[in-house]
Design a protein around this ligand. Structure first.
Ligand code: GLU
Length: 508
């Protein structure tokens, strides 16, 4: 590593929801920056006005806030290299594009969209590049005075890079090692558009340079663009300051065939976006991990493990542990299959490991949405701690906790009725009177009295436990039944036994 301060960036285009692959890119950037005590920059690449979507930038910021991956510099936080929205930097780019033209590395192209469309239709595999550029309307094919005339007359034009016909470009990728490309395969990419906005290719290079970015980590889909960017770094005379690259592997569909898309999520019934994304135009809502009940810690943990490990079997890491252990060299160079069951496993692990106190606001909201007011903090925390091992997604807390606040509305009578006997009715009557006399109401004591009484009556405690559970909870679920009774308290436990008894022993 050089002694320059590490500076990385996440550079999303605000075109819609944030795919989990995007959050993983943020995460790897963040981990790297924090590991080397560097800066993490968020730059909004909004130069493609046609694809700009209102609200997408705020949504991206909200996703980062939810995950706790807060940029040091951003359009919101500001910073030394502001502005961080490319549309607000429009005036900067032309100078560099013109510099490339004057050096002969780029040229003006006056072809209209219709002319280009015609070429694409008529010429198989048409590319605006060395094979055809001389027959098209640009400053390489036209005479200097014609070009000047067109420019003076305000003829709409773009600036394109002049890709070398036959060069091999090499660069080092921190994940893939040495990578090389033949320049002849790439077309002459547009650098500056007719509306004066730069394209991604020009803007990314200029901004990475001006913002002193030292490492550029981005999705594998950008690998084919790397040669164009490399040439621009070289032509602009900035090669010595070029960031180190890493192209992160794709996140694949569960069957491993191709990139995981929004459509796969809809087809297979799992989220692909970090948070719910509402498309204002179509009204379509794409579900997110957050709203489904994932914890941000679990979401980050599972993303980190998609394509990276620390060399051991350990799979659970806090953000601080990830910062300590992360290295770009350990990111795999092949795609990582997404497995939703595994994703849920991570969430269950994280819920299990969380303190009741840290989950209480989320759980209170989940209960509140269903009309349950869980006002007592301490009580709620004990309940959460009691059932958290049984929850995979946050909304599972409703099923696991609602019966503490409301008497069961239904009883799974089939589970106990066939084996019900008068002796059991008698048992519960005696148990109620025993409970009524108790001063304390602790789970181990309740269990002991229950077992003694069963023995006294010549019954098996094990056969009475399920009915007891059904009386308290309504179904065959929940934690240890005496823990439930203890938390329900004396009065409520007695009330529930009394209420359920006649259901089990109805007059014929
Ligand atoms: N704006 C690009 C995107 O939307 C950024 C790619 C890069 O990081 O260079 O993914």
């Amino acid at each position: 590593m050089s002694d320059k301060k590490v500076r990385v960036r996440f550079a999303p285009s605000p075109t819609g929801g944030l795919h989990l692959g995007g959050v993983r890119t943020v995460l790897f950037n963040y981990l790297f920056a924090k590991k080397y005590k560097g800066d993490f920059v968020l730059r909004v690449e909004d130069t493609d006005q046609g694809r700009y979507v209102e609200g997408a930038e705020k949504y991206i910021m909200d996703c980062l806030n939810w995950c706790g991956l807060i940029p040091d510099e951003s359009p919101i936080a500001g910073g030394q290299y502001a502005p961080y929205r490319q549309s607000e930097r429009k005036a900067i780019y032309r100078e560099y594009a013109e510099r490339l033209v004057s050096q002969g590395h780029a040229y003006y192209a006056f072809d209209t969209p219709e002319e280009l469309e015609r070429n694409r239709k008529e010429i198989p595999n048409f590319q605006y590049g060395h094979a055809y550029r001389n027959g098209l309307r640009n400053s390489l094919s036209l005479k200097t005075h014609q070009v000047q005339q067109l420019l003076d007359g305000g003829e709409p034009h773009v600036i394109r890079i002049k890709m070398p016909e036959d060069e091999t470009i090499h660069f080092y990728d921190m994940i893939r090692g040495n990578v090389s490309f033949e320049t002849g395969q790439s077309d002459d990419k547009v650098l500056l558009k007719a509306d004066g906005m730069p394209t991604y290719h020009l803007a990314v290079v200029v901004d990475d340079y001006l913002m002193k970015i030292t490492h550029a980590f981005r999705g594998e889909e950008w690998l084919p663009s790397a040669p164009v960017h490399l040439l621009l770094w070289e032509y602009l005379g900035w090669k010595a300051d070029m960031p180190q690259w890493a192209h992160l592997p794709l996140i694949l569909k569960p069957d491993g065939h191709g990139k995981l898309s929004k459509r796969d999520g809809a087809r297979l019934g799992f989220p692909v976006y970090a948070m719910n994304w509402l498309d204002e135009k179509t009204g379509d809502l794409t579900p997110g991990f957050r709203e489904l009940g994932f914890l941000p810690e679990a979401f980050l943990n599972l993303l980190a493990m998609l394509g990276w490990n620390d060399g051991t079997d350990n799979e659970i890491f806090t953000l601080d542990e990830l910062i300590e252990k992360f290295s770009m060299e350990r990111v795999h160079n092949s795609g990582a299959k997404f497995d939703f069951e595994k994703a849920k496993w991570f969430n269950a692990e994280w819920i299990k490991r969380s303190e009741g106190g840290s989950l209480k606001s989320e759980v209170r909201k989940i209960l509140g949405d269903k009309g349950i007011v869980a006002s007592d903090d301490e009580y709620l925390i004990s309940l959460i701690d009691l059932v958290k091992e049984r929850c995979t997604l946050l909304p599972d807390f409703y099923h696991q906790l609602s019966y503490f606040y409301e008497q069961p509305k239904e009883y799974d009578l089939n589970a106990v009725k066939p084996k019900w006997t008068d002796a059991k009715t008698e048992f519960f009557k005696s148990f109620i009177s025993l409970l009524g006399k108790r001063e304390d109401f602790l789970a181990p004591d309740l269990e002991q009295s229950f077992k003694f009484l069963a023995e006294e009556k010549g019954l098996k405690a094990g056969e009475l436990m399920l009915p007891f559970r059904i009386m308290l909870v309504g179904g065959k679920f929940g934690p240890h039944v005496f823990d439930i009774a203890a938390l329900l308290g004396k009065e409520e436990t007695i009330k529930r036994i009394e209420k359920a008894q006649p259901l089990l022993n109805p007059p014929l």
